[in-house]
Design a protein around this ligand. Structure first.
Ligand code: HEC
Length: 280
């Protein structure tokens, strides 16, 4: 009896995974679809980047991440195949568009980066100080490789962060407050630069959070940043924007950073993700 149930459950999980795999779309096709359907100076600002999307160097980073995910590593010599990213142990397809989310085992709302750090320490036995966990930036870091692989397995799916648990709602609401809160020597908030359509800083057209077709590209990280020649994460972008605001740095994995991501993902709800993206 028990066996029949588990087999049926496993089969159902496999079928769901297969159905999701069928819906995945190449990042360049997702972007082109958005451009075809919307007039947007932000989406079309770099013809060169659009042309280079099919050869995005971040696709190599995703490949490297896939190998790392299945490799037995760390003091416990385990792969990440038992890591629960929100849809059950080892499920990668479609998980990223449903993050951040609440996890029972930690009692916290977590983003992809903090959840990966949790799995690498609790399953593989790495210490938080080991470079595998501690290095968060650069295409050659394990963290960026794993994040890019996992995110790529959500390309083309609609952003759909769960809002059932009270903490998921509270984090989203806290993120909204952070987004609109003016502070620092320049009295900037995120909204100062990200609530107008077509607004520029020098050559850069800024995305408007109130235009979901723009905002989905804005939050599509990991992305290869041509100017840095590196794949960058959501946490790296938040750090950059707080630096531009001359406010204290945000800390990856902190409730503040995760709250901002909860809010910004909710703002793109229903729009297809471009993963990995390519940015200036
Ligand atoms: C002083 C203006 C300014 C403020 C304030 C600001 N940003 Fe940005 N933001 C930018 C610029 C400029 C870029 C694009 C960088 C580039 O083109 O290289 C950007 C990029 C982004 C992106 C990615 C879009 C892209 O194409 O690269 C996101 C998401 C984002 N900001 C979120 C935020 C959040 C969240 C805050 C508040 C914590 C914030 N920004 C505050 C200027 C600002």
């Amino acid at each position: 009896m028990y066996k029949t149930i588990t087999t049926a459950a496993t089969l159902a999980a496999l079928l769901t995974t297969a159905a999701i795999a069928d819906e995945l779309r190449a990042p360049e096709d997702v972007l082109q679809g958005l451009i075809d359907d919307n007039e947007s100076a932000y989406l079309t600002q770099s013809e060169q980047n659009i042309m280079m999307m099919p050869d995005n160097a971040a696709l190599w980073t995703a490949e490297e991440g896939k190998d790392l995910f299945f490799e037995e590593r760390g003091p416990n010599n385990k792969s990440l195949e038992t890591c629960d990213l929100g849809k059950g142990p080892g499920v990668v397809d479609g998980v990223y568009v449903e993050l951040p989310r609440f996890f029972e085992d930690t009692g916290r709302v977590m983003d992809l980066e903090s959840r990966l750090a949790y799995c690498m320490t609790s399953i593989q036995g790495f210490s938080p100080e080991d470079p595998e966990v501690k290095r968060r930036h650069g295409s050659d870091s394990d963290m960026m490789k794993l994040q890019t692989y996992i995110a790529n397995r959500s390309s083309g799916l609609p952003w759909n962060p769960p809002m059932d648990h009270p903490l998921e709602q509270a984090m989203r609401d806290a993120g909204e407050v952070l987004f609109y809160r003016r502070a620092g020597t320049s009295d900037f908030s995120c909204a100062t630069c990200h609530t107008n359509t077509g607004k520029r800083i020098r050559a850069s057209v800024l995305p408007n959070i109130n235009e979901p077709h723009e905002w989905t590209k804005a939050i599509s990280w990991p992305a290869y940043r041509v100017g840095h020649q590196q794949v960058r994460s959501s946490n790296h972008r938040i750090r950059g924007c707080y630096w531009q605001m001359r406010q204290p740095q945000s800390i990856p994995g902190s409730d503040a950073a995760i709250a901002l991501m909860s809010f910004w993902t909710d703002a793109a709800r229903g729009e297809p993700a471009i993963l990995p993206d390519k940015k200036r």
